[in-house]
Design a protein around this ligand. Structure first.
Ligand code: GLN
Length: 197
């Protein structure tokens, strides 16, 4: 059982390190053949407009859509969340997403690089200890459709984490803070999806 990390751009190495320390085998995914062999996929943080162009260039966009529709567990952080959103607001001209999450996401919603910040979030599905969350030019989930569920909000009530079936997305970056509970939560989805076949 190998979990993929989309490795075209962004902080894929950090995700691979977290997944390996949780006992997973990791495949860095850059080609459709690599995607075909994984039981789950993490889409890292980075720059969603570049990731979008590269997934199309590498012939991965359509296979990714097919995999998401078939129920592949996918976890997206920050730019990865944008890639999983059905609707992207403030994208660059022509920007596309893979989609799957019934949400609309606004890019760079907290402002420019200097507006990056850290905060503690209550996320009941992960237990009582708050999650220390780092936001870097982060998107916000502006609307959550009926198929998706909000898992966390910042103090002003804006949504920053969602799930929908086998899909999970966060505006922030657990992979850089030693916070492993999101990856554990995701790996439980991967295991039960593999178990169901
Ligand atoms: N602002 C970036 C984008 O639009 C996301 C930033 C990140 O992944 N840390 O893709």
């Amino acid at each position: 059982m190998s979990v993929g990390v989309l490795a075209l751009q962004g902080d894929f190495r950090e995700h691979a390190t977290v997944l390996r320390s949780l006992g997973s085998e990791v495949t860095l995914v850059r080609r459709p053949e690599e995607l075909a062999g994984v039981t789950g996929l993490v889409i890292p943080g980075g720059e969603s407009s570049v990731m979008d162009k590269l997934t199309r260039l590498f012939g991965l966009a359509e296979p990714l859509r097919v995999a998401v529709a078939a129920g592949l567990p996918v976890y997206g952080t920050c730019a990865g969340l944008i890639m999983l959103a059905d609707t992207v607001l403030d994208g660059i001209r022509g920007q596309q997403s893979i989609g799957g999450l019934d949400i609309s996401v606004r890019r760079n919603a907290f402002g420019s690089q200097t507006a990056s910040f850290e905060t503690d979030l209550d996320i009941p599905v992960l237990g009582e200890t708050p999650v220390h969350a780092v936001f870097i030019r982060a998107p916000v989930v502006e609307s959550v459709g009926p198929l998706a569920t909000s898992l966390a909000t910042v103090a002003d009530g804006r949504c920053v984490a969602v799930e929908q079936g086998n899909l999970l997305g966060t505006s922030f970056h657990p992979e850089i803070t030693g916070e492993y509970r999101f990856h554990e939560y995701f790996l439980r989805k991967v295991r039960s999806a593999a178990f169901r076949g």
